[in-house]
Design a protein around this ligand. Structure first.
Ligand SMILES: O=P(O)(O)O[C@@H]1C[C@H](O)[C@@H](CO)O1
Ligand SMILES: Nc1nc2[nH]cnc2c(=O)[nH]1
Length: 286
């Protein structure tokens, strides 16, 4: 059951391949957002597998998303890191986008940290801040493009899962503590991430609408992965790097652009590396 693209059988075959090929047993998976791929360097004892070498796995097409699965250690902890994710706007189905979450679950991974680059809607936010995700607005999900659409395989999770409890508070608190301990230079916010499919950045009217809906930051990823990971029983923690501020004035001379997104990722790369490494090495799953 499931669709062919994210069925139990496909996810299980990939999980088995990865376990056999690497001999690793990661406890936690991390997905690196746009411009955050450099975090892959922070692991020790690394084993790098290009997506193209993994039978049945999609490949990355976006600048700033290298397309490697990296197995390694953060402190004494075994982790697996996606250096590059899949987005629906690339043409992948929402089932392909979320397939890695099922693979991780079937490999025995217990928790995921999802990261992304996002536009700040909340006027108190500034470029270079991080926002821990407390909740989301799944806009495509609400109008029929939910990643759990299709036959449900009970081996992967329930037909009607809750989503009021996707983001794990304990992990989030430990992540906030890591940003604090490592003196992350931007502010650490707590907010609501709205997922729109992209690839267009938002119009001014859309940004104004998203604010009235209760969103603090907007992006093109993370929510489908979070929903499928939660469905499978993984603990989920997520944060956004605020790479640009959403434009709210029609006469603004500025325009959202991917270069700025990647530049802000670069600006914060070292500090994110130390905070995330600290979190990975020290968080507790109990
Ligand atoms: O993978 P993330 O969500 O970090 O990437 C964001 C959304 C688009 O892919 C891209 C737009 O600049 O950055
Ligand atoms: N949708 C969206 N995604 C982003 N990713 C990084 N910045 C943005 C933004 O402003 N809007």
């Amino acid at each position: 059951a499931g669709t062919e693209e994210n069925s139990y059988e496909r996810a299980e075959a990939i999980a088995r391949y990865l376990l056999e090929r690497t001999g690793r047993r990661p406890e936690l998976a991390v997905v690196l957002g746009s411009g955050l791929g450099g975090l892959g360097d922070s692991l020790t004892d690394r084993q790098v597998l290009p997506y193209a070498e993994i039978p049945g796995f999609p490949t990355s097409t976006v600048a700033g998303h290298q397309g490697n699965l990296i197995f390694g250690k953060a402190g004494d902890r075994d982790v697996v890191l996606m250096q590059g994710r899949f987005h629906a706007y690339e043409g992948y189905s929402v089932h392909q986008v979320t397939l890695p979450m099922r693979v991780f679950h079937l490999m025995g991974v217990r928790a995921v940290l999802l990261t992304n680059a996002a536009g700040g809607l909340n006027r108190d936010y500034a470029v270079g801040d991080v926002m821990l995700i407390r909740d989301h607005l799944n806009l495509p999900g609400l109008v029929g493009c939910n990643p759990l659409r299709g036959p449900n395989d009970e081996r992967l999770g329930p037909r009607f899962p809750s989503t009021s409890d996707v983001y794990d508070k304990r992990m989030r608190d430990q992540l906030a503590e890591a940003f604090k301990q490592c003196n992350f230079p931007g502010a650490t916010r707590l907010g609501v991430y709205v997922y729109q499919q992209g690839p267009c950045y938002e119009s001014v009217a859309e940004c104004r609408m998203l604010i009235t809906m209760g969103a603090d930051a907007v992006g093109m990823s993370t929510v489908p992965e979070a929903v499928v990971a939660h469905h499978a029983g993984l603990r989920v923690c997520a944060f956004s790097l605020i790479t640009n501020m959403a434009l709210l004035e029609w006469d603004s001379a500025e325009k959202a652009n991917h270069e700025e997104v990647l530049q802000t990722g670069q600006l914060r790369a070292d500090q994110l590396k130390s905070s995330v490494s600290h979190f990975l090495a020290n968080f507790s799953l109990d």
